[in-house]
Design a protein around this ligand. Structure first.
Ligand code: SAM
Length: 303
């Protein structure tokens, strides 16, 4: 069955570190030239995060018949389920949070935020409340970060946005329409190996390898993503490529800080690596700002 999108443009409903909105054209140019006319395509995104690539690709390519997304972050995946299945309940809950928060003065806003953060961390909330709190905290915390402590508790401080958009009903409805054709999984990326096959495209946006001490922000969820994990992902790419799948994977470029550092060039030597320019910061100090490169690794010949 071919599925068509009949919605306004759906965009990511949260800010997420590593969001790929700026790199969509690079992902597009890494796809096989005939991708748009292939039939029965399955799209798999094992580290979906904010879903910038997923929302774009499902609206741009109606020939994608089936889509599977996955992430290890349980609250994020709960939010995807609620947007898919209970979007009107979510919109009502977010409207309440917005109406309560926006009129408050700065100190009262901070107290309100801390109360909702504590409530979120009880993990006693039902799916709609969990999703509403997840989006509320994302919109009102410092820089839209997601970071948890060793107990798995969200611990990002309050941000100082004058007028954050907490309830974007139109976009949530558009996201819900796109998600109707998406299967949503929660867990380790390896569980998506079952979809490998000749008509499957995988896009990987794993937690990046930190290229400086100060950029080692990888705790989206408890655990982490060290070099051994990067190699486990490479092994997974070997397996799905051997099964005939196409894959495109993004990562940081360690050569930006050390021209001798060939970690990814070495572990992905059997595939194609393209260096693309990305407007990211290497360091938090002003001297390190500017465009750095990012890797696009693929088994597509024209990449
Ligand atoms: C760089 S982010 C993805 C960004 C996303 N593509 C976007 O556009 O916003 C990496 C994601 O991988 C998830 N993650 C970390 N370890 C994982 C694992 N072992 N399996 C699956 N997902 C994992 C994190 O929760 C996070 O959402």
């Amino acid at each position: 069955m071919r599925l068509f999108i009949d919605t306004a443009d759906a965009r990511p409903f949260i800010k997420w570190v590593g969001g790929k909105t700026q790199l969509l054209s690079e992902v597009k140019s890494s796809l096989p030239r005939d991708f748009a006319v292939r039939e029965n395509v399955t799209y798999v995104e094992p580290f979906v995060g904010g879903g910038a690539v997923m929302f774009w690709i499902l609206q741009a390519y109606p020939n994608i018949e089936r889509a599977i997304i996955n992430d290890i972050n349980e609250e994020l995946i709960c939010t995807y389920h609620v947007i898919k299945e209970e979007v009107e309940g979510l919109i009502a809950a977010l409207a309440t949070l917005q109406n309560e928060y926006i009129p408050l003065k700065a100190d009262a806003r901070k107290d309100y935020f801390m109360g909702k953060r504590a409530r979120f961390n009880t993990k006693q909330t039902d799916p709609v409340e969990t999703a509403a709190l997840f989006i509320f905290l994302n919109r009102t915390c410092f820089n839209g970060l997601y970071r948890v402590n060793s107990k798995g508790e969200f611990n990002v401080p309050h941000g100082k946005y004058a007028n954050p958009r907490i309830c974007d009903a139109e976009n949530l409805r558009a996201c819900s329409a796109v998600l109707q054709r998406v299967e949503i999984l929660c867990g380790d990326f390896a569980q998506t190996g079952q979809y490998a096959g000749p008509d499957t495209l995988y896009y990987f946006d794993p937690p990046y390898k930190p290229i400086t001490e100060s950029s080692s922000f990888t705790s989206y969820a408890k655990g982490g993503f060290d070099d051994a994990e990067q190699i486990r992902l490479r092994d997974f790419c070997d397996r799905i490529a051997a099964a005939g799948s196409i894959f495109v994977a993004s990562n940081s470029d360690p050569r930006d800080v050390n021209p001798e550092e060939n970690f990814f060039d070495n572990i992905y030597q059997n595939f194609f690596i393209k260096r693309v320019s990305a407007a990211r910061m290497i360091n938090s100090d002003a001297s390190g700002r500017g465009a750095i490169s990012e890797l696009m690794i693929s088994n597509v010949v024209n990449a």
